[in-house]
Design a protein around this ligand. Structure first.
Ligand SMILES: Nc1nc2c(ncn2[C@H]2C[C@H](O)[C@@H](COP(=O)(O)OP(=O)(O)OP(=O)(O)O)O2)c(=O)[nH]1
Ligand SMILES: Nc1ncnc2c1ncn2[C@@H]1O[C@H](COP(=O)(O)OP(=O)(O)O)[C@@H](O)[C@H]1O
Length: 227
């Protein structure tokens, strides 16, 4: 069996983690794991961790570390046969340390995007709450305005994405991410990408991953047969 590949993607709100993760998942056949999706699944299923998590999310707070680790780490331990890319976790140094003791990460992608760009993107972000599908009126608009492409259901705009809330979210991200980034830097697995456009960052991420992910994990269609 090909060696498994484990990666984390980090970045402030709106930096394009979800968008880039989907591209990576499609191109390299990794499973895209999103901590937000795990939390939402647990809330929907009314698990103990979900009930607890909900009380924090409703107040716009991060879910405490012990709840997040209890929710996520067993799921990661089950993924013994899959290569994965985690988006949204770890968010704190304690979470990073807990993740460390569960698995060896191969690579961490950190997105470094200017504040003005984040503000513009998020003020234009629309979400389909049931699936988590994300649209941006300029970048990837829905086919029908205000409606999800697949279900046709209405899209919503998060209060969290308004500029006043964004400043606080960015400050919190910076404070919490700094020690995590330093940890991954010291392990030699951190790769930082800076820029204002996902489409311009993507080729660099694509070529980095092409050198790191064993070719057997990639889909066969990418191998061009010799004439
Ligand atoms: N105009 C523009 N919009 C972009 C670009 N890349 C992504 N977007 C859009 C898609 C979304 O509406 C919004 C934020 O992207 P994502 O939801 O992928 O970001 P991320 O997952 O980091 O945000 P989150 O942590 O969930 O708040 O920006 C870009 O290069 N240009
Ligand atoms: N690693 C984490 N640590 C703490 N809370 C988390 C974590 N991941 C997700 N959450 C909680 O779930 C919510 C939704 O997560 P996510 O989809 O990443 O959304 P957002 O981009 O709005 O932060 C977060 O606002 C937070 O309350």
């Amino acid at each position: 069996m090909a060696k498994l590949f484990r990666a984390v993607i980090m970045g402030p709100p709106g930096s394009g983690k979800g968008t880039i993760s989907e591209r990576i998942a499609q191109r390299f056949g990794l499973t895209h794991l999103s901590s937000g999706d795990f939390v939402r699944e647990n809330i929907a299923a009314n698990t103990d961790a979900g009930v607890l998590a909900k009380t924090y999310i409703e107040r716009g707070l991060l879910v405490p570390d012990h709840v997040m680790t209890r929710l996520l780490l067993p799921r990661l331990e089950e993924m013994t046969r899959h290569s994965w890319l985690m988006d949204g976790f770890p968010r704190t140094l304690a979470q990073a340390k807990a993740l460390n003791s569960t698995c060896d990460l191969d690579l961490v992608i950190s997105l470094n995007i200017p504040y003005e760009t984040l503000k513009d993107r998020l003020s234009d972000r629309w979400i389909h709450p049931a699936s988590g599908r994300v649209y941006n009126m300029g970048f990837n608009p829905p086919r029908v305005q205000g409606r999800d492409d697949i279900s046709g259901e209405p899209l919503i705009h998060h209060d969290d994405d308004k500029p006043e809330a964004l400043v606080a979210r960015l400050r919190q991200y910076k404070d919490l991410a700094k020690p995590i980034i330093n940890l991954y830097k010291s392990k030699g697995i951190l790769h930082t990408f800076s820029g204002t456009d996902t489409d311009r960052i993507w080729p660099y991420i694509n070529s980095l991953l092409s050198t790191k992910i064993p070719s057997t994990s990639q889909t066969d269609t990418q191998r061009i047969p010799m004439p």
